[in-house]
Design a protein around this ligand. Structure first.
Ligand SMILES: Nc1ncnc2c1ncn2[C@@H]1O[C@H](COP(=O)(O)OP(=O)(O)OP(=O)(O)O)[C@@H](O)[C@H]1O
Ligand SMILES: [Mg+2]
Length: 262
């Protein structure tokens, strides 16, 4: 290879950056029940990947394995270049790279919004109070709730509480945020404010994996839709491809079983 080709080759190599999340051959069993049957999935920086699929298909199990809330049986998960599934992985440190947002926000009711968001910064990252609170305020700003910092969770709507849940994840400055049905517990009129925050995050370059039945949101905002069934990825593609022209019978059956208005 001469000098010129070598130089020309460099940017192409750089463009194939390592994914933020790399899941390889992931298996998970509960007793004899194999709920993940060899899942491979790469998520690139800045991507929003939607995971859809029937109840029990393994969507939550997959997300929960990604920060070792669940242990996988075999396979590997690499987050931002570090293998979280390695036996000696420093879980505390790697978990700070992965924000999780759940259906039920699990905020502490006796603590202010600010303290809820600052808690992990103080307890896990051991930041001094002032610094933790300043980062918490920044995170609340990003979800449009800076003016609610001194409120208690019960004084907020469900949508606002979920945005506090998102701020809590963002305060750790994660490399990726995983959402497990973030709007399923909300009244319909509150869903929009949470989806808007997610859209803003995407616009800001955040990498996200979202399990959700909000198909019209996926159509508008997702880069990729992954359909899971029976513990395997059955097909994936752009929202237009998967929703508009599903290739597999199981995808077609699932899509026609859910009410969709995308
Ligand atoms: N803690 C557990 N112990 C035993 N089995 C479990 C446990 N959690 C999940 N499972 C089983 O694993 C399978 C996958 O469940 P999972 O929660 O990952 O599905 P899901 O796709 O998220 O479903 P849903 O859409 O209902 O949330 C199911 O068969 C479920 O019964
Ligand atoms: Mg689930």
């Amino acid at each position: 290879m001469n000098m010129a080709t070598e130089i020309a080759a460099t940017p192409a190599t750089a463009a194939q950056a390592e994914p933020i999340l790399r899941i390889k051959g992931l298996h998970k069993q509960y007793g004899h029940n194999e709920v993940l049957k060899g899942v491979d999935l790469d998520v690139q920086a800045g991507e929003m990947v939607f995971i859809i699929g029937p109840s029990g298909s393994g969507k939550s199990s997959l997300l929960r394995c990604c920060n070792r809330l669940e242990e996988s049986s075999s396979g590997s998960i690499i987050v931002d270049g570090e293998e979280i599934t390695a036996p000696r992985a420093d879980l505390n440190r790697i978990r700070q790279k992965i924000g999780m947002v759940f259906q039920h926000f699990n905020l502490y009711r006796h603590m202010s919004v600010l303290s809820n968001v600052a808690l992990a910064l103080r307890k896990v990252q051991k930041l001094p109070r002032a610094e933790a609170e300043s980062r918490a305020r920044e995170a609340l700003e990003r979800v449009g709730l800076a003016h609610r910092a001194d409120f208690y969770p019960d004084q907020l709507s469900g949508g606002q509480q979920q945005r506090v849940g998102i701020a809590r994840a963002l305060a750790l400055h994660p490399r990726i945020v995983l959402f497990d049905e973030p709007t399923s517990a909300l009244d319909p009129e509150l869903v929009g404010s949470v989806l808007k925050v997610m859209k803003d995050l995407k616009a800001g370059g955040m990498t996200m994996v979202v399990v959700s039945h909000e198909m019209s949101f996926a159509m508008a905002a997702a880069d990729r839709v992954v359909f899971m069934d029976g513990g395997s990825i059955i097909e994936q593609g752009s929202p237009k491809e998967v929703f508009g022209n599903p290739r597999h019978e199981r995808t077609k059956a699932f899509l026609s079983s859910v009410s969709h208005n995308y």
